[in-house]
Design a protein around this ligand. Structure first.
Ligand code: GLC
Length: 743
């Protein structure tokens, strides 16, 4: 009888192919899952930081190797280099199931080759350049044992007091969504199986940039409409671009911590949006739900998070410590655990880690990619495109290459690491000598007939003016002064909110003494956020906002100073006149008593003591040339819901330098079921024009560009009149027309 059953089973299995190699990805995942114990499953949901490397509050744990060997850890972060990642992977291969570890790292704007900070890159409005930066970062990181970057950060931000504005793409949802997609494509390439690709991670889900007061980790209190209209679209763009992972945010939204927010993670992300990747918590954010007051202990926090749809626990240890008991107590069905494990295993298969756990641990490849000269060219190009020309009185810039003497003054002139900004990566075996300082960049640029003089002048912080005299003496010997001032790089970034966003210390006082010499002064402002610098704005001869530009900062700045690159960048965040103006952003509502000028103070939505306008508006940036906008044409003045309107305009380079212009198209929905912004960016074109050249550019207005989330959170376009504006910034509108959306 037994023999008969065995024969039948053999026949059945052979027909159904159960004994043959699993064919589909899901079959592979399920075949591994079916062999795992509950402890091993929970192990896949557990992520630790590498020893000695922390990007959050550290839990001392000297048993990580043992836990990995026991299959209790699925991923490590902050572990860099082929040697170190290989050593941990070898331990994982000693475990019963031999499931490979995932290695994650904050490769936010470059790995060994540091690119400009993301906020700077966003000012390029150059999606190909932004994608290139992410591609280079992925190539270098994946060559160093890393398969997963915790980027892009796609948090829309309207408050420059928040230090993490440096990490995102500014205040605009439309532009931020395009940039999110470009970064995901750059990091992930076409296939995760490509050894040069890394998994991207859309973070921080969600609305982290709306923290009250710009204070990091603070509460967020916004309407569902604002959540959907402003903060969610870049995350949806990342999903549509195929992002592999998401990270939850530390903050609450209307009282619910994102890490335990079932609506966000299951209903929206995994449900409505159909996201098939996995969600990692932010560092310790599961356990922090105790501080938020929604969990009384770690077990409660683990229950909340796993139920809400958070698949992996970064560094809180609450999954490791409590999930097994929660399953035993029937508070958590094992099916929830299995779903989370499947999502993670699927990515490990896609990355090829099951085929070869060491495929990212090739020392020769690491050496080749980390020292690839093409990467320096790439970061220099992206840096040039990220520099914003804010002022250029009497066309002082570009400097002539015949200039005799330049005084290069300021506390940031000779810095190396400052140029990297926050969220740079300290790569093992790589020092700062690969960074081109601003001083070195200028030396590389000028000929032997140009004399360079230097003085530090003052520190970034502190009130000492002891260096002023030397700086003035140096300035007096020069034909032109270049003054490089700003914040320190670690005055923006995580947990770096500032209540005062002036240029710190006595740097602007130094500037005042230099201006008193009568010499023309070009000011470079280095920062990770919009700063307040009214004195400089009103008195300097020329201003370049140089952000933090990365490894090739010096060369890129020199390229712009001497016109080898004509600056084309435009601001993606509003620059306030004072911290008292915050929050201030371009796509605001009109209010019932809009102030239409600074004279208009009578019962108006304005301050008694300040202009209604920001210092520099969204979309603002100058060029060494000028552009004329003309010949606006609409294919029709009326649009049917299922049709579109073709828009064209002519842009002419009316100056003497070739250059690029970012032509912006804004719409205004004049009457709708909700009050709508006075303008919204709906398209743009970055075009290159030779001196004297004209080009006609084209836009298509379709229903989607007219749509918004109505009160019931439906994405609708409502009939009525729309203003159409084409401009060089959100305030510098050059062409205007209107059209009607018919019923
Ligand atoms: C940090 C950051 C997050 C980062 C993570 C790992 O706290 O909030 O952006 O990816 O921890 O370093």
């Amino acid at each position: 009888m037994i023999k008969k059953i065995a024969l039948i089973s053999l026949f059945v299995f052979s027909v159904t192919g159960v004994f043959s190699q699993p064919k589909t990805l899901d079959q592979k995942v399920d075949s591994v899952l079916s062999l795992m114990t509950l402890q091993e499953k929970i192990g896949q949901l557990n992520q630790y930081t590498d020893d000695g490397a922390a990007t959050g509050p550290v839990t001392v744990d000297d048993k990580k190797a043992t836990q990995i060997r026991n299959g209790e850890v699925g991923s490590l972060l902050n572990c860099k280099g082929v040697e170190r990642t290989r050593s941990w992977q070898e331990i994982a291969m000693e475990s019963r199931m031999k499931i490979p570890l995932l290695f994650g790292q904050d490769v936010i704007h470059g790995y060994k080759t540091t690119f400009p900070i993301p906020l700077a890159e966003s000012c390029s409005w150059d999606l190909k350049a932004i994608e290139l930066a992410a591609r280079v970062a992925a190539t270098e990181a994946s060559a160093s044992g890393i398969q997963w970057t915790f980027a892009p950060m796609v948090d829309i931000a309207r408050d420059p007091r928040w230090g993490r504005v440096m990490e995102g793409a500014g205040e605009d949802t439309y532009l931020g969504s395009l940039i999110a997609a470009a970064q995901v494509k750059g990091f992930q390439g076409n296939e995760l199986s490509d050894v040069n690709s890394v998994m991207a991670c859309a973070k921080h889900f969600a609305a982290y940039g709306a923290a009250i007061g710009g204070r990091d980790y603070n509460s967020v209190d916004i309407s569902d409409h604002t959540l959907w209209q402003v903060y969610l679209p870049p995350f949806k763009a990342a999903v549509d671009a195929g992002v592999a992972t998401f990270m939850t945010s530390f903050n609450t939204i209307n009282g619910i911590p994102s890490t335990g927010n079932k609506y966000l993670l299951r209903d929206v992300l995994k449900g409505k949006w159909g996201f098939k990747g996995f969600v990692v918590s932010d560092w310790g954010s599961i356990g922090e739900m105790i501080n938020h007051g929604v969990a009384k202990n770690g077990s409660d926090a683990a229950l909340l998070a796993i139920t809400a749809g958070c698949d992996m626990d970064m560094e809180s240890r609450d999954y490791k410590n409590h999930l097994a008991q929660l399953v035993k107590d029937k508070k958590v069905p094992v099916s929830l655990i299995d779903d989370a494990v499947r999502r993670i295993l699927r990515k490990k298969f896609e990355l090829g880690l099951f085929d070869d756990p060491y495929r990212y641990c090739n020392a020769e490849r690491q050496q080749k990619e980390l020292f690839n000269p093409e990467h320096d060219k790439a970061t220099r190009q992206v840096a040039e495109k990220s520099i914003v020309l804010l002022k250029n009185e009497n066309n002082l810039l570009p400097l002539s290459k015949d200039v005799k003497t330049i005084a290069f003054i300021g506390p940031l002139v000779k810095s190396l690491k400052q140029n990297k900004g926050f969220w740079d990566v300290d790569v093992p075996g790589v020092d700062s000598t690969f960074i081109v300082s601003q001083w070195q960049g200028l030396k590389n640029k000028v000929g032997k007939h140009t004399k360079l003089l230097y003085a530090k002048g003052c520190d970034i912080e502190g009130d000492s003016k002891a260096g002023f005299a030397e700086a003035v003496a140096v300035a007096k010997k020069a034909d032109v002064v270049i003054l490089s001032i700003g914040e320190k790089r670690d005055m923006s970034g995580e947990a770096k909110s500032r209540s005062n966003i002036d240029i710190p210390g006595v740097q602007e006082e130094l500037e005042k003494t230099l201006l008193a010499t009568g010499k023309p002064v070009v000011v470079l402002i280095n920062a990770g956020r919009p700063l307040v610098f009214n004195y400089t704005a009103d008195h300097a001869s020329a201003i370049l906002y140089t952000w933090w530009l990365g490894n090739q900062a010096g060369n890129a700045i020199a390229d712009v100073l001497f016109g080898d690159y004509n600056p084309s960048a435009k601001l993606t965040m509003t620059f306030p006149r004072s911290v008292g103006q915050i929050p201030i952003y371009y796509n605001h509502l009109n209010t019932g008593r809009p102030a239409t000028s600074d004279k208009d103070k009578n019962y108006r939505s304005s301050y008694l003591d300040l202009s209604i306008y920001p210092k520099y508006e969204f979309g603002y940036g100058l060029s060494y040339t000028t552009f004329k906008y003309s010949n606006l044409k609409l294919s029709s003045k009326e649009m049917k819901p299922d049709s579109s309107i073709e828009v064209s305009a002519t842009i002419t380079n009316t100056g003497k330098y070739d250059g690029e212009e970012i032509v912006q198209l804004y719409l205004r929905d004049l009457v709708a079921s909700l009050s709508r912004p006075v303008e919204e960016l709906k398209d743009f074109k970055k075009i290159f024009l030779k001196a004297g050249e004209s080009k006609t550019i084209h836009f298509t207005i379709d229903k989607d560009k007219l749509s918004f989330y109505n009160h019931d959170l439906q994405w609708v376009a409502e009939p009525g009149k729309f203003d159409l504006m084409i401009g060089a910034s959100s305030r510098d509108i050059r062409l205007k027309d209107s059209f009607e959306l018919a019923k």
